[in-house]
Design a protein around this ligand. Sequence first.
Ligand code: NDP
Length: 252
Amino acid sequence: MTEKRAIVTGGSTGIGRGLVKALSDAGYRVAFTYHASTEAAETLEAEITGARAFQCDAGDADQVAACHASVAKALGGVPDLLVNNAGIQTWSPLLDLAAEDFDRVIRTNLRGCFLNTQAAGRAMRDAGVAGSIVNIGSGCNKLGFPRLADYAASKGGIEQLTKVAAMELGPHGIRVNCVAPGAIATDRTAEEADGYADKWAALTPLGRVGTPEDVAGPVLFFASDAAQFVTGQTLYVDGGVFSRAPWPDYDL
Ligand code: NDP
């Protein structure tokens, strides 16, 4: 494949880190952003040949615009692929949720996705790059998860933003899709709850939690020519868990 360029937001840890590695293995020159994890970003930058790390707050419009310009310079051209992966989560019952936490989650997850989509979309349009944008969603795109009102609102927003961006950027040859992971083993989810992996594996038809590599395959598919007529879609990468209907425990 001719060398392509990608930018991944929130690339220094977890799923983003897996995406940076997988895209590099697939032949992309990769830039990734980070916010607070400077050490992890520097380690990854050293590990992956050609990878470039950029500190950028996904929710800050000026930083995002400057970052995309710097990335294009560093990679030698406008990226063909943006993966909107940066995200944060808080846990609180709706009635106790602090407005500041709601704002922080929406700012990072939804506004961050919007700002990066806008910056990448403008750059792709101006450079005539028929690129691809992949947003990382969640089961919260479609299901109601208790104690995640802010996070669910952000991911539901990303689902709709994906569709509108696909409509508006399609005429420029830019495709926009969403990969919505199920329970994925990352350092963050390991700290989320005792027995996280076992508990989610028991609920998941494929009998295990996913890995960042499981998420990377569908991202690569959406970015590839194999998906050249696919836009505005959400693909659940969840081992089947979000297709599972609740069902009472009775004998039929
Ligand atoms: P991590 O916490 O490991 O990754 C989140 C990344 O987002 C970090 O690298 C973090 O960078 C970055 N980030 C946070 N705030 C900002 C900001 N303001 N600006 C730029 N980057 C920021 O979690 P995961 O890997 O688990 O999650 C990655 C994505 O996958 C998220 O969007 C999440 O919602 C989604 N997801 C994950 C699932 C899972 O089971 N793991 C399931 C469904 C969806 P830094 O550390 O430098 O701040």
